[in-house]
Design a protein around this ligand. Structure first.
Ligand SMILES: [Zn+2]
Length: 204
């Protein structure tokens, strides 16, 4: 069985969100870098996944709204100004941790294997323009691995000297903790906000 990734007919600009939910077709086989393990590459054949993936595209406009990169940056800066950068990062991570847990619980109602849950998460967040998420060196038995995120929404309007994806870090920690049924910690080792090509997280 070939694995397919949902793409747009016309490649969007890096910051474009305008075509989300429109002109989406499933036609390109998933391209996986030789050194990157993406969950989809080892996806077990389960009919629930394609059905749910199609539903993501259909549901996004009904269930969500657009938040511009710049607006999110202003929101984050305001928190940093009000509380201090380190306090703001803890607040953002704590709040997004709960969001990640909530999303994982929702997905687990419909998808049972850890591998497929992670595949679905990657697809969901790609469609929502949060970034392209890949899992690397995954140890599903022990709940360890790395996460690569290309075009993280938190870095699109931000330049910094240290890792800055506080929302994603907390969200992924909450999501994975729910998935592995124990406390998972996530560290961001490199970040596109610092000039790297992508963000890299490790979790254990
Ligand atoms: Zn980052």
């Amino acid at each position: 069985m070939k694995l397919f990734k949902c793409t747009e007919k016309k490649q969007p600009k890096r910051n474009s969100f305008s075509n989300l939910g429109q002109n989406l077709i499933f036609h390109e086989p998933l391209k996986v870098d030789a050194h990157i393990f993406c969950c989809s590459a080892r996806l077990r054949v389960e009919t629930e996944i394609p059905v749910l993936q199609e539903r993501v595209v259909e549901d996004i406009r009904k269930k969500g709204f657009m938040f511009q990169f710049e607006t999110f940056r202003v929101f984050e800066s305001s928190l940093e100004e009000i509380f201090s950068p380190s306090a703001a990062s803890i607040i953002i991570q704590s709040a997004s941790n709960r969001c990640g847990r909530h999303t994982c619980r929702q997905i687990l109602k419909q998808i049972k294997t850890k591998e497929n849950v992670l595949t679905y998460l990657s697809h969901l967040k790609d469609e929502m323009n949060w970034g392209k998420i890949f899992f690397q060196d995954l140890d599903l038995g022990n709940g360890r691995g790395r996460i690569l995120v290309y075009n993280s929404f938190e870095t699109m309007a931000r330049k910094d000297t240290k890792p800055s994806c506080h929302f994603l870090r907390g969200y992924l920690a909450g999501f994975l903790s729910e998935l592995f049924k124990r406390e998972i910690t996530v560290e961001e080792e490199q970040c596109a906000a610092m000039g790297n090509s992508h963000c890299k997280f490790s979790f254990k």
